[in-house]
Design a protein around this ligand. Sequence first.
Ligand code: PMP
Length: 361
Amino acid sequence: MGKRVYNFSAGPSMLPVDVMKEAADKMLDYEGAGMSVMEMSHRSGPFEKIIRDAEANLRDLLEIPEDYDVLFVQGGATLIFAMIPLNLMTNSAKADYLVTGQWAEKAYQEATKFGDARIAASSKEQKFSYIPKIPASEFRSDADYVHITWNNTIYGSKFPFVPDVGGLTLVTDMSSSILSEKVDVSKFGCIYAGAQKNIGPAGLSIIIIKKDLVGHAREGIPTYLDFDTHAKNGSLYNTPPAWSIYIAGEVFKHLKKLGGIEQIEKINKDKAAKLYGYIDSSSLYTAPVAVEDRSLMNVVFVTGSEDLDKQFVSEAKTEGLVQLNGHRSIGGMRASIYNAMPVEGVEKLIDFMKGFEERNK
Ligand code: PMP
C-alpha cells in the first residue's frame, strides 16, 4: 500500500480506513455472491439487504422518528436545492431563507426560480463570519418553510442551536455536518446532505423528511424530483447509486461500533478544541468566525498575509498534510476535520503550525 496522507479536503474527504479495507477485501466477491456490489442488480437479495440495513443503521444513529422517511437519491445537495421548493413551496409558495454562506445563498437562489423566496437574514455584509440569530417573529407566518444551512463549509461556521421558527417547517442542509454531533431530528421537517463528507463516496445524497411533507409536490415536475417517487419505492424507483449506498452503510456500521453519535461528537469536540485552542493561543494565526458559531468540521484560519498563507499550504503538503487551502473564493486556510480525520492528524497539523510560526516570526 502507498503512503496515506492526512487529507483536510472539504469534500470528497477522508473515509474510515477500516471501511475501505473491508470493501477492498470484498471487492471481487461480496459475501459469496461471486460478484462485486458494483456489478450487482439493485433488485437482488443481497442489495436489498444492503440498502435496508443502511437505512436501519442511519435511523439508529440519528434516532430518526418513525414518522420520517429516509430517501437515498442522486444529484448532490445541489439538486436538492431545487427539490425542496418543488416539493414544499406549495401552499403559500413563500419560503424564508437564512443566508449564512455561499451554499445557503445558492439554495436561496434556486428557490427564487419557483416561488416567493425571501432572505430573512444574512451575514454576507460581515463576510459570513457569524450566524444571524433572529426571533421567530422575523419569519413570515405563512411561509411554507424556513431554510437554513447548518454548517457553512466554506466559512467554517455553524448554528450553535436550532433556531426558533415559531412552528414553521424547518429545512436544513447538513451536507458538511451530518453525523458529527447529536441533533434532534424531530425539530426539523427535512434534513438533507450530500454524502461526500461524513457519509461515503460522492454520487449519493440523503433526505430525511417528515412523512406528512411528502406527496404534495407541485404538478408537472420531473418524476425523479418528487420526494414521493423515492418514498413510495424505498429509494429503488430507478437504479440507485448502489456502490455509494453500500459504503455509506458500512460507514454507519463503523460509527455504531465506535459508540454512536454521542461518542463521535465527543471526539469531534476534542479535535476542534485542540485546533481552535492552539489558533487562539498563537500570535500568527487567527480564526475569523465568531467563537460561539465556530464549526466543528471546517476550521478556517489565516495568517494575515496572503503570501504566507500560500507558503503554509505548500509546506504543509510536503509534510503529508494536504488540501489545507481555503475555498478558492476566500483563500486562507481551512482544515476540514470530518469524522474520519483521526486525532493524530489534527495533532500533526498543530505541530506543523507551531513549527511554521517559529520559522516565520
Ligand atoms: N451544501 C453544502 C453545505 C456544501 O458544503 C456543499 C458542497 N461542498 C453543497 C451543498 C453542494 O453539494 P453537492 O456538491 O453535493 O451538490
